[in-house]
Design a binder for this molecule. Sequence first.
Ligand code: SF4
Length: 64
Amino acid sequence: MECKKEENKKACPCTYDCKLKGFCCECIKEHREKGELPACYFSKEVEKTYDRSVENFIKNDKKQ
Ligand code: SF4
């Protein structure tokens, strides 16, 4: 299976300037190791805060 990085980049909602953009397997690994979730789990507004914590996800998911 070939890497779909360029295709993934087009759908990635992350606004942070990051070398892992579109490299979803590494993105998930990076955030999971920190007890976080990737940008695509958050609403557009919450994503911009760059707070990727699980706590922030739970707090904001309840508001939707
Ligand atoms: S969610 Fe995190 S690892 Fe993924 S592209 Fe954005 S800043 Fe990089």
